[in-house]
Each structure stands twice: as structure tokens, then as C-alpha cells.
Design a protein around this ligand. Structure first.
Ligand code: 13P
Length: 251
């Protein structure tokens, strides 16, 4: 499976900054990117085309979006459609990032609606899931992942191409906190995710990428990426500087 190294820039970077960071990253990592790896830059909407410019066709580099609205067009002030993202040069999009669930109040059902709509529109979708610390402490890891994944995939066709859908396990308590989940915790959660994917996709679940996200840094990336069922990483803070992120991508 080709491992995916994704940089979620969240609400950071102007167009000029995005173009420059993407170009620097391509310069640092494109020529030496190991076989079996690809890189995804996920800037804010306004900088998608600038990041596309920045990577300027670097091999195995892609650009994605952080979100979208599940409709082709219409009276949805402030929203952006999958077709608009594809037009701007994004090939991928996230759904259900924990900040959208917990800061913007998105429900499991709405995340599911987006996931199915984005795939149907031709985006590759990365469905993000993960438990809050109080849920983990209450022994609800499996229940939370089951609920989020079943709802997230409810309307996704079972014959979806395995390279079109990925999952990202991001424990909320490890995002932006410096608290990385330990290897055993990551392996346990990723095995649960793989099992839930098999419920939906059968044998093809083995070809679907499961990314880990939450305080991934240059000094822990190699260990994380080598764990069972870890098919990539989704990186926030340590993806903002080309130098840091290139060390993750090349780890
Ligand atoms: P950090 O890498 O800053 O913890 O963020 C993780 C994340 O939310 C990526 O989507």
C-alpha cells in the first residue's frame, strides 16, 4: 500500500506563504521521496491553487481541501462545493475532522452525508474519526469509533475504489497537545478501524489507508509509520514548516 503523508495546514498561511512552503517542500522531498510514499498538502480554500502552483507537478505530490459542502451549488452562503475544489486543483478532501465535529458542531450524520457526496463528486475523501479523552477514560473507544465510522460510511457504496477513501484516526486528546498516542494505543485503534472497514467493504478493507494523526513530529514519525495498520500520517503543527514536514515525509 502506498503510504500517505498529509499536511493539514488548518487556518494557516496566505497564498504567498502556501506557494512558498509547498515549493520548498517539493524541493526538499520530491526527488528523494522513498518508493511507496505520496505527499498531500491540505491548505485553506483560498490557498489551494497557490499550493498547486508551489508543487508545480512534483511527482507523487497532491493538494487537498479541509472541508466542503455536500451540494453541487445553491444558496449555501460561505460554503464550497466538491466541483469547485476539483476546479481549484484539489484531488482530496477531509471530512469529519475533530475541529469540525467539536468546534463547528458537525454531526456524525452530516459527516456521513459529506463523505458520500464528496466521493460521488470525484474527490478522494479522508474520513477523520477519534475519541475525546473523557470517552477514552470511560472505556468508549470502540463505541465511538464504531458510531463515527458506521455513520461516516453509511451512504458510501460498498464497491467504492479502495484508493478513493481513507480513514484518519486522530484521538482528540493528541491533537495539538504534544501528547502522541503510544504505539499500543495506535495499534489497538487502527485494528478496530480496520475491522469496521471490513464490515463495510469486505476484503477490500485491507487496501484502504488508515492514517494516524495527533502530535506527529519529525522525531516520532518513523516509529509511528512502521506500526501495524498505519498507512500514513495526518500532521497539523509539524506540517507548517517545509523543513519539519520534509523530515516526516522522509522519515
Ligand atoms: P497536530 O499534528 O498539530 O497534533 O494536529 C493533528 C491534526 O489535527 C491533523 O489533522
Amino acid at each position: 500500500m502506498i503510504k500517505l503523508f498529509a499536511a493539514n495546514w488548518k487556518m494557516h498561511k496566505t497564498r504567498a506563504e502556501a506557494r512558498q512552503t509547498a515549493a520548498e517542500l517539493a524541493k526538499l522531498a520530491a526527488a528523494t521521496l522513498p518508493q511507496g510514499r505520496e505527499v498531500l498538502i491540505i491548505p485553506p480554500f483560498t490557498a489551494i491553487d497557490a499550493a498547486v502552483d508551489g508543487i508545480a507537478g512534483a511527482k507523487n505530490f497532491h493538494v487537498g481541501a479541509q472541508d466542503f459542502y455536500p451540494a453541487t451549488h445553491g444558496a449555501f452562503t460561505g460554503e464550497v462545493s466538491p466541483a469547485m475544489l476539483l476546479d481549484a486543483g484539489a484531488a482530496y478532501a477531509l471530512t469529519g475532522h475533530s475541529e469540525r465535529r467539536h468546534v463547528l458542531g458537525e454531526s456524525d450524520a452530516f459527516v456521513g452525508q459529506k463523505t458520500a457526496f464528496g466521493l460521488a463528486a470525484g474527490l478522494k475523501v479522508i474520513l477523520c474519526v477519534g475519541e475525546k479523552i473523557e470517552e477514552r477514560q470511560a472505556g468508549q473507544l470502540q463505541a465511538v469509533l464504531t458510531r463515527q465510522i458506521r455513520a461516516g460510511l453509511a451512504d458510501v457504496p460498498a464497491d467504492t475504489a479502495p484508493d478513493a477513501i481513507s480513514l484518519a484516526y486522530e484521538p482528540v486528546w493528541a491533537i495539538g497537545t504534544g501528547l502522541v498516542a503510544g504505539p499500543a494505543e495506535i495499534v489497538e485503534a487502527h485494528a478496530l478501524v480496520r475491522g469496521l472497514l471490513a464490515e463495510k467493504f469486505g476484503a477490500a478493507a485491507g487496501e484502504i489507508r488508515i492514517l494516524y494523526g495527533g502530535s506527529v513530529k519529525p522525531d516520532n514519525a518513523a516509529e509511528i509509520i512502521a506500526l501495524d495498520n498505519v498507512d500514513g500520517v495526518l500532521v497539523g503543527g509539524a506540517s507548517l514548516k517545509a523543513d519539519d514536514f520534509s523530515r516526516i515525509v522522509l522519515a
